[in-house]
Ligand binder design. Structure first.
Ligand code: IPM
Ligand code: MN
Length: 358
């Protein structure tokens, strides 16, 4: 009997549902030809749902999500909901609840996609950011004193535990080894100013490095990392960094790979339930217009297949993405693709159906 995976789907807000539909289309096509089944269960969460019901992410939903093999998320964010409520209440809550301590962001300039970086080609832009995903400035430690008065104090603390830092670094070394490209891991930090947090990071990094003599190690400050990413992106193979720095450099990295239309990410707990998402957000102004690029969502589905262990299917999806970006789309940006969202999903799915039946 072929294997069955339970996939929890949270289409979410804005253009989330339309891109997730295309991802599901591609997943369904590829699973049929690779002899496994995907069982999708949809969950209605997000800004719309919150405004209608006042409900953000009930415990019963969390329990139900725990039963799944993976979570496939569209986008969370609504123009009429105060910033922070949905981000913290849904996205961060899911990352923390499922202890998805790795945020994985592959950065790859595909053939046929324009990068804003002059004179750089697909050979130059191909690296992965491993971002710590449950600690640092994101853990919500801190508070106010005398809020709203002229004596106000606001404290937001970065928490870095040896355990949290080390497991992230260890994952990055292993990932770099498995990826088997330049075999170079760069720690991105700020050891010249954040002399507590990044002292811990640096010591853990150097200690774990001893176990991986085949991996070349490197260090770059966060500001310099931004600079090199624009000037010499070919220097990077795998970058490991903390939550906040990782958040910042992955948006920069998404731009040099061509934009939000193709940027995908994964929130990974190697021993638990992981979550896969296009990182472009809900893009409210494009909602329902069928103009946004579903490749980011399809790419997130590809990382999902890799993570659950369906490597062959993942490779077919990657081939489909590569082909469609190279030969079909006029541009990757919303409204400029020369196709609708649905048509782009069809192009990838049709390519996969044809190549798997050969
Ligand atoms: C991301 C996003 C989130 C983050 C927001 C929406 C909370 O920017 O996944 O990078 O900051 O982690
Ligand atoms: Mn971000």
């Amino acid at each position: 009997m072929s294997k069955i995976y339970k996939i929890a789907v949270i289409p979410g807000d804005g253009t989330g549902p339309e891109v997730i539909s295309e991802g599901i289309k591609v997943l369904t096509t590829v699973s049929a030809s690779c002899d496994f089944n995907l069982n999708f269960t949809h969950y209605n969460l997000g800004g719309e749902h919150y405004q209608k019901t006042g409900e953000i992410l009930p415990e019963s939903v969390l329990e139900s999500l725990s039963e799944s093999d993976a979570i496939y998320l569209g986008a969370i964010g609504h123009p009429d909901v105060k910033p922070g409520i949905l981000e913290k209440g849904i996205l961060l809550k899911l990352r923390f609840y499922f202890d998805q301590f790795i945020n994985l962001r592959p950065i790859k300039l595909y053939e046929g996609v324009n990068t804003p970086i002059k004179d750089k080609s697909p050979e130059d832009i191909d690296f992965v950011v491993v971002r710590e995903n449950t600690e640092g400035l994101y853990c919500g430690a801190g508070g106010f004193l005398k809020r709203g008065t002229s004596d106000e104090v606001a404290i937001q603390e970065s928490i870095n535990t040896r355990k949290g830092v080390e497991r992230c670094i260890r994952y990055a070394f292993r990932y770099c080894q498995k990826r088997n490209k330049a075999k170079k891991l760069t720690l991105c930090g700020k050891t010249n100013v954040l002399t507590f947090a990044f002292d811990l990071w640096e010591r853990a990094f150097n200690e774990v490095a001893q176990e991986y003599p085949d991996i070349e190690t490197d260090y770059a400050h966060i500001d310099a990392t931004c600079m090199w990413m624009v000037k010499n992106p070919e220097w990077f193979d795998v970058i490991v960094t903390d939550n906040m720095f990782g958040d910042i450099i992955t948006d920069l990295a998404a731009m040099i790979q061509g934009g939000m239309g193709i940027a995908a990410g994964a929130n990974i707990n190697p021993d638990g339930v992981s979550m896969f998402e296009p990182i472009g957000g809900s893009a409210p102004k494009y909602t329902g217009k069928q103009v946004v690029n579903p490749i980011a969502a399809i790419s997130a589905a590809q990382i999902m297949l890799e993570t659950i262990g369906e490597q062959k299917a993942a490779a077919f999806v990657e081939e489909g993405i590569t082909k469609v970006l190279r030969d079909d789309l006029k541009d990757v940006a919303a409204g400029k693709m020369g196709y609708t969202t649905k048509e782009v999903g069809d192009l990838v799915a049709d390519y996969i159906a044809k190549s798997t039946s050969r």
